[in-house]
Design a protein around this ligand. Structure first.
Ligand code: NDP
Length: 269
Protein backbone atom coordinates (compact mmCIF):
# COMPACT_ATOMS: atom_id res chain seq x y z
CA UNK A 1 0.00 0.00 0.00
CA UNK A 2 1.27 3.49 -0.86
CA UNK A 3 2.54 5.37 2.22
CA UNK A 4 1.05 8.83 2.61
CA UNK A 5 2.83 12.05 3.57
CA UNK A 6 1.77 15.71 3.59
CA UNK A 7 3.14 19.19 4.05
CA UNK A 8 0.97 21.11 6.53
CA UNK A 9 0.82 24.90 6.59
CA UNK A 10 -1.39 27.95 6.20
CA UNK A 11 -1.20 29.09 3.45
CA UNK A 12 0.06 25.99 1.66
CA UNK A 13 -0.87 26.30 -2.04
CA UNK A 14 2.57 27.78 -2.88
CA UNK A 15 4.55 24.90 -1.31
CA UNK A 16 7.07 23.20 -3.60
CA UNK A 17 7.45 20.22 -1.26
CA UNK A 18 5.03 17.92 -3.18
CA UNK A 19 7.04 18.39 -6.40
CA UNK A 20 10.33 17.83 -4.57
CA UNK A 21 9.18 14.64 -2.81
CA UNK A 22 7.52 13.29 -5.98
CA UNK A 23 10.92 13.55 -7.68
CA UNK A 24 12.71 11.94 -4.75
CA UNK A 25 10.20 9.05 -4.82
CA UNK A 26 10.55 8.59 -8.57
CA UNK A 27 14.34 8.62 -8.31
CA UNK A 28 14.57 6.14 -5.39
CA UNK A 29 11.62 3.90 -6.30
CA UNK A 30 9.94 4.55 -2.94
CA UNK A 31 6.16 4.03 -3.05
CA UNK A 32 4.84 7.24 -1.47
CA UNK A 33 2.09 9.79 -2.06
CA UNK A 34 2.77 13.37 -0.89
CA UNK A 35 0.11 16.09 -0.78
CA UNK A 36 -0.54 19.56 0.61
CA UNK A 37 -2.69 19.89 3.74
CA UNK A 38 -4.17 23.27 4.64
CA UNK A 39 -4.85 23.38 8.39
CA UNK A 40 -6.86 26.15 10.07
CA UNK A 41 -4.53 28.50 12.00
CA UNK A 42 -6.04 27.24 15.28
CA UNK A 43 -6.50 23.65 14.07
CA UNK A 44 -3.03 22.16 13.63
CA UNK A 45 -3.31 19.36 16.23
CA UNK A 46 -6.70 18.20 14.96
CA UNK A 47 -5.47 18.19 11.34
CA UNK A 48 -2.44 16.06 12.28
CA UNK A 49 -4.47 13.60 14.36
CA UNK A 50 -7.01 13.22 11.55
CA UNK A 51 -4.21 12.50 9.07
CA UNK A 52 -2.62 9.96 11.44
CA UNK A 53 -6.01 8.25 11.93
CA UNK A 54 -6.36 8.02 8.15
CA UNK A 55 -3.05 6.15 7.93
CA UNK A 56 -0.58 9.02 7.34
CA UNK A 57 3.07 8.11 7.89
CA UNK A 58 4.70 11.51 8.19
CA UNK A 59 4.43 15.25 7.58
CA UNK A 60 6.50 18.29 6.83
CA UNK A 61 5.44 21.35 8.78
CA UNK A 62 5.75 24.92 7.57
CA UNK A 63 4.64 28.44 8.55
CA UNK A 64 2.97 29.06 11.00
CA UNK A 65 2.99 25.63 12.67
CA UNK A 66 6.61 24.74 13.52
CA UNK A 67 6.11 25.58 17.21
CA UNK A 68 2.76 23.73 17.34
CA UNK A 69 4.50 20.68 15.89
CA UNK A 70 7.21 20.97 18.53
CA UNK A 71 4.54 21.01 21.26
CA UNK A 72 2.55 18.16 19.71
CA UNK A 73 5.42 15.68 19.35
CA UNK A 74 5.56 12.80 21.87
CA UNK A 75 9.32 12.66 21.41
CA UNK A 76 11.84 14.92 19.68
CA UNK A 77 15.31 14.63 18.18
CA UNK A 78 18.21 16.54 19.76
CA UNK A 79 18.31 18.87 16.76
CA UNK A 80 14.58 19.64 17.12
CA UNK A 81 15.14 20.45 20.80
CA UNK A 82 18.08 22.71 19.89
CA UNK A 83 16.05 24.47 17.21
CA UNK A 84 12.99 24.82 19.46
CA UNK A 85 10.89 23.98 16.41
CA UNK A 86 9.81 20.94 14.40
CA UNK A 87 9.55 20.83 10.58
CA UNK A 88 9.32 17.04 10.19
CA UNK A 89 6.93 14.61 11.86
CA UNK A 90 7.08 10.84 11.69
CA UNK A 91 4.14 8.71 12.85
CA UNK A 92 5.30 5.38 14.19
CA UNK A 93 3.67 2.81 16.48
CA UNK A 94 1.09 5.31 17.72
CA UNK A 95 3.68 7.95 18.56
CA UNK A 96 4.41 11.33 17.00
CA UNK A 97 8.16 11.88 16.55
CA UNK A 98 9.37 15.44 15.89
CA UNK A 99 12.56 16.36 14.04
CA UNK A 100 14.09 19.46 12.46
CA UNK A 101 15.92 19.20 9.15
CA UNK A 102 16.19 22.93 8.27
CA UNK A 103 19.60 23.46 9.88
CA UNK A 104 21.27 20.42 8.42
CA UNK A 105 19.69 21.37 5.07
CA UNK A 106 21.34 24.79 5.14
CA UNK A 107 24.75 23.42 6.09
CA UNK A 108 24.59 20.67 3.46
CA UNK A 109 23.71 23.24 0.79
CA UNK A 110 26.64 25.43 1.78
CA UNK A 111 29.19 22.63 2.14
CA UNK A 112 28.09 20.15 -0.55
CA UNK A 113 25.91 22.34 -2.81
CA UNK A 114 28.14 25.42 -2.97
CA UNK A 115 31.39 23.63 -2.09
CA UNK A 116 32.19 26.11 0.71
CA UNK A 117 33.83 24.75 3.83
CA UNK A 118 32.78 26.22 7.20
CA UNK A 119 35.70 24.77 9.18
CA UNK A 120 38.02 27.46 10.54
CA UNK A 121 35.92 30.25 9.01
CA UNK A 122 34.63 33.49 10.49
CA UNK A 123 30.85 33.20 10.10
CA UNK A 124 28.21 35.92 10.53
CA UNK A 125 24.58 34.90 11.05
CA UNK A 126 22.05 37.71 10.55
CA UNK A 127 18.79 37.27 12.51
CA UNK A 128 17.82 35.44 15.67
CA UNK A 129 14.38 34.04 14.78
CA UNK A 130 13.32 30.44 14.20
CA UNK A 131 15.45 29.87 11.10
CA UNK A 132 18.61 31.28 12.74
CA UNK A 133 18.13 29.23 15.89
CA UNK A 134 17.79 26.01 13.89
CA UNK A 135 21.09 26.44 12.05
CA UNK A 136 23.32 27.23 15.04
CA UNK A 137 23.99 23.64 16.13
CA UNK A 138 24.69 22.26 12.62
CA UNK A 139 26.94 25.27 11.88
CA UNK A 140 28.92 24.81 15.12
CA UNK A 141 29.33 21.13 14.23
CA UNK A 142 31.36 22.27 11.19
CA UNK A 143 33.89 23.94 13.55
CA UNK A 144 33.94 27.61 12.44
CA UNK A 145 36.53 29.69 14.29
CA UNK A 146 33.81 32.24 15.05
CA UNK A 147 30.02 32.36 14.75
CA UNK A 148 28.64 35.83 15.41
CA UNK A 149 24.87 36.33 15.59
CA UNK A 150 23.76 39.88 14.76
CA UNK A 151 20.17 40.86 15.37
CA UNK A 152 18.10 44.06 15.37
CA UNK A 153 16.82 43.06 18.82
CA UNK A 154 20.22 42.16 20.25
CA UNK A 155 18.73 40.56 23.39
CA UNK A 156 17.43 37.68 21.22
CA UNK A 157 20.93 37.05 19.85
CA UNK A 158 22.31 37.13 23.39
CA UNK A 159 19.69 34.58 24.50
CA UNK A 160 20.83 32.20 21.75
CA UNK A 161 24.47 32.63 22.76
CA UNK A 162 23.54 31.81 26.36
CA UNK A 163 21.49 28.79 25.26
CA UNK A 164 24.17 27.21 23.08
CA UNK A 165 27.10 28.27 25.30
CA UNK A 166 29.88 27.56 22.80
CA UNK A 167 33.30 29.26 22.76
CA UNK A 168 33.02 30.22 19.07
CA UNK A 169 29.60 31.85 19.52
CA UNK A 170 28.95 35.54 20.26
CA UNK A 171 26.21 38.13 19.83
CA UNK A 172 26.46 41.60 18.31
CA UNK A 173 24.46 44.64 17.34
CA UNK A 174 24.62 45.33 13.60
CA UNK A 175 26.41 48.65 14.24
CA UNK A 176 29.09 46.97 16.38
CA UNK A 177 30.15 44.45 13.71
CA UNK A 178 33.76 44.81 12.69
CA UNK A 179 36.05 43.23 10.13
CA UNK A 180 35.21 41.05 7.16
CA UNK A 181 33.56 37.63 7.41
CA UNK A 182 34.25 34.53 5.32
CA UNK A 183 30.58 33.50 5.33
CA UNK A 184 27.54 35.77 5.88
CA UNK A 185 24.13 34.08 6.20
CA UNK A 186 20.94 36.12 6.04
CA UNK A 187 18.40 34.40 8.30
CA UNK A 188 16.28 37.53 8.78
CA UNK A 189 12.89 37.76 7.13
CA UNK A 190 13.82 41.19 5.69
CA UNK A 191 14.17 39.81 2.15
CA UNK A 192 10.48 38.84 2.16
CA UNK A 193 9.65 42.55 1.99
CA UNK A 194 12.69 43.44 -0.16
CA UNK A 195 14.39 45.08 2.83
CA UNK A 196 18.00 44.85 3.90
CA UNK A 197 19.24 43.98 7.37
CA UNK A 198 21.59 46.85 8.38
CA UNK A 199 24.79 44.84 7.90
CA UNK A 200 27.84 47.09 7.33
CA UNK A 201 29.52 46.91 3.90
CA UNK A 202 32.80 46.17 5.72
CA UNK A 203 31.48 42.67 6.52
CA UNK A 204 31.94 41.70 2.85
CA UNK A 205 35.11 41.14 0.84
CA UNK A 206 35.94 39.45 -2.45
CA UNK A 207 36.56 36.24 -0.50
CA UNK A 208 33.17 36.32 1.28
CA UNK A 209 30.44 33.77 0.56
CA UNK A 210 27.00 35.33 1.20
CA UNK A 211 23.90 33.16 1.60
CA UNK A 212 20.27 34.28 1.77
CA UNK A 213 17.79 31.73 3.16
CA UNK A 214 15.14 33.33 1.00
CA UNK A 215 14.99 32.30 -2.68
CA UNK A 216 13.37 33.48 -5.87
CA UNK A 217 13.77 33.95 -9.62
CA UNK A 218 15.88 37.07 -9.05
CA UNK A 219 18.72 37.65 -6.56
CA UNK A 220 17.40 39.11 -3.29
CA UNK A 221 18.35 42.66 -2.26
CA UNK A 222 20.76 41.10 0.26
CA UNK A 223 22.45 39.06 -2.48
CA UNK A 224 22.68 42.19 -4.64
CA UNK A 225 24.33 44.12 -1.80
CA UNK A 226 26.83 41.34 -1.09
CA UNK A 227 27.64 40.94 -4.80
CA UNK A 228 28.27 44.70 -5.12
CA UNK A 229 30.96 44.28 -2.48
CA UNK A 230 32.55 41.40 -4.37
CA UNK A 231 31.06 38.44 -2.48
CA UNK A 232 29.98 35.16 -4.09
CA UNK A 233 26.24 34.71 -3.47
CA UNK A 234 23.68 31.91 -3.22
CA UNK A 235 19.98 31.85 -2.32
CA UNK A 236 18.02 29.40 -0.13
CA UNK A 237 16.57 27.14 -2.85
CA UNK A 238 19.20 24.49 -2.12
CA UNK A 239 18.37 24.65 1.60
CA UNK A 240 14.73 23.92 0.70
CA UNK A 241 15.74 20.86 -1.33
CA UNK A 242 18.26 19.63 1.27
CA UNK A 243 15.86 19.92 4.22
CA UNK A 244 13.36 17.92 2.16
CA UNK A 245 15.99 15.27 1.36
CA UNK A 246 16.82 14.92 5.05
CA UNK A 247 13.09 14.52 5.88
CA UNK A 248 12.83 11.87 3.14
CA UNK A 249 15.78 10.08 4.76
CA UNK A 250 14.14 10.31 8.22
CA UNK A 251 10.99 8.68 6.83
CA UNK A 252 12.36 6.20 4.29
CA UNK A 253 15.99 5.56 5.29
CA UNK A 254 17.03 6.40 1.72
CA UNK A 255 19.03 9.46 0.66
CA UNK A 256 17.89 10.97 -2.67
CA UNK A 257 20.28 12.72 -5.06
CA UNK A 258 19.44 16.40 -4.58
CA UNK A 259 21.41 17.93 -7.49
CA UNK A 260 18.96 17.10 -10.33
CA UNK A 261 15.96 18.13 -8.21
CA UNK A 262 17.66 21.44 -7.37
CA UNK A 263 18.37 22.08 -11.05
CA UNK A 264 14.83 21.20 -12.06
CA UNK A 265 13.34 23.52 -9.40
CA UNK A 266 15.69 26.35 -10.36
CA UNK A 267 14.45 26.10 -13.93
CA UNK A 268 10.83 26.37 -12.72
CA UNK A 269 11.33 29.67 -10.81
P1 NDP B 1 11.23 34.86 12.26
O1 NDP B 1 10.01 35.72 12.13
O2 NDP B 1 11.30 33.82 13.32
O3 NDP B 1 12.51 35.84 12.52
C1 NDP B 1 12.68 36.98 11.76
C2 NDP B 1 14.07 37.54 12.00
O4 NDP B 1 14.30 38.56 11.03
C3 NDP B 1 14.27 38.20 13.36
O5 NDP B 1 15.60 38.01 13.79
C4 NDP B 1 14.01 39.68 13.05
O6 NDP B 1 14.66 40.58 13.93
C5 NDP B 1 14.62 39.79 11.69
N1 NDP B 1 14.13 40.87 10.85
C6 NDP B 1 12.91 40.97 10.25
N2 NDP B 1 12.85 42.09 9.50
C7 NDP B 1 14.06 42.70 9.61
C8 NDP B 1 14.63 43.89 9.07
N3 NDP B 1 13.90 44.69 8.26
N4 NDP B 1 15.89 44.22 9.38
C9 NDP B 1 16.62 43.43 10.21
N5 NDP B 1 16.15 42.29 10.77
C10 NDP B 1 14.88 41.93 10.47
O7 NDP B 1 11.47 34.27 10.81
P2 NDP B 1 12.19 32.87 10.43
O8 NDP B 1 13.43 32.78 11.24
O9 NDP B 1 11.21 31.77 10.50
O10 NDP B 1 12.53 33.05 8.87
C11 NDP B 1 13.61 33.87 8.42
C12 NDP B 1 13.83 33.68 6.92
O11 NDP B 1 14.32 32.39 6.62
C13 NDP B 1 12.58 33.87 6.05
O12 NDP B 1 12.95 34.68 4.94
C14 NDP B 1 12.23 32.48 5.60
O13 NDP B 1 11.57 32.48 4.35
C15 NDP B 1 13.61 31.85 5.52
N6 NDP B 1 13.59 30.37 5.61
C16 NDP B 1 14.01 29.64 4.52
C17 NDP B 1 14.02 28.25 4.53
C18 NDP B 1 14.48 27.49 3.30
O14 NDP B 1 14.26 26.28 3.23
N7 NDP B 1 15.11 28.14 2.34
C19 NDP B 1 13.58 27.49 5.73
C20 NDP B 1 13.19 28.35 6.85
C21 NDP B 1 13.19 29.74 6.76
P3 NDP B 1 13.98 41.00 15.36
O15 NDP B 1 14.25 39.88 16.30
O16 NDP B 1 14.71 42.24 15.74
O17 NDP B 1 12.53 41.23 15.08
Amino acid sequence: MTDRYVVIGNPIAHSKSPQIHARFAQQTGEDIAYDRLLAPVDGFDAAVREFVAAGGRGANVTVPFKLDAFALADERSARADAAGAVNTLKFEAGRIIGDNTDGVGLVRDIVAGAGVSVAGKRVLLLGAGGAARGVILPLLAEAPVELTIANRTVAKAEELVAQFAHAALNASRFEDLSGTFDIVINATSASLSAELPPVPASAFAATTFAYDMMYGAQPTVFMQLAARHGAAVRDGLGMLVEQAAEAFFVWRGVRPDTAPVYQWLRAQL
